[in-house]
Design a binder for this molecule. Structure first.
Ligand SMILES: [Zn+2]
Length: 223
């Protein structure tokens, strides 16, 4: 049951990363695999996988004997990461429009249709994450540039942290659907300029959504 295990690891990863972003698991908190497995009511291996992904994504830190702990996330670092991603996603989309195979274009269109068939962000949160990851992964693969693919794959994990809190909001969900549609159309059409612009817009808007969400969060904290 490799798929079920992956799904459990995905879920554990999403829950842990959300908890980290919302400071429910503050910096320095121990991420003990046996304890987390008990908490989630699942076996240790998907939890171990989730924790390894947190380390890989720079959200957790392995400290030898002390085990793995939550790192101190600097949101300004994260927003700067999105500045980089804005440029790299635009490049990936441009190359994808130019180099993507017909089969990959069909794949991308199919993933986008899946996304458009989702009615709301709340009911399908995990489906949404999965689709979003596959959408961006397909574009990266279509760029036929391994270095670009690897760089973006890593930053996407951290970017997804912000999505964890964002996708719950209907307006963010709808905006993402529209932005992905514009990217998909341009890439499938092979329009490099339009693809580049659409991808840049998507990440720039994502950055704005993160900022707006942080402001809401601060306001809620102050009241
Ligand atoms: Zn996206």
């Amino acid at each position: 049951m490799i798929e079920a295990g992956d799904l459990l690891a995905d879920r554990a990863y999403s829950q842990l990363s959300t908890a980290i972003l919302r400071s429910e698991l503050p910096p320095g908190t121990s991420l003990s695999v046996p304890e987390l497995a008990r908490h989630f009511g699942i076996s240790r291996s998907p939890v171990r996988e989730a924790v390894q992904r947190l380390i890989w994504d720079g959200l957790a830190d392995y400290r030898g004997r002390r085990g793995t702990v939550v790192v101190d996330i600097d949101m300004s670092d994260f927003l700067r990461l999105l500045e980089v991603r804005e440029v790299l996603e635009a490049l990936a989309a441009k190359l994808a429009a130019e180099r993507g195979t017909d089969a990959q274009r069909t794949d991308l269109r199919r993933i986008q249709k899946e996304f458009e068939s989702l009615k709301s962000s709340d009911a399908d949160r995990w489906v949404f994450t999965d689709i979003d990851m596959r959408f961006h992964a397909t574009i990266r693969a279509m760029s036929h540039n391994k270095d670009l693919d690897a760089t973006l794959a890593r930053s996407q994990g951290r970017a997804h942290l912000s999505l964890n809190t964002l996708w719950r909001r209907e307006r963010n969900f709808r905006a993402t659907q529209r932005e992905h549609a514009a990217m998909c159309d341009a890439i499938v059409d092979g329009d490099t300029d339009r693809a580049e612009t659409a991808a840049r817009t998507h990440i720039a808007c994502l950055r704005q959504r993160v900022l707006a969400e942080l402001e809401d969060h601060d306001r809620a904290d102050a009241s």
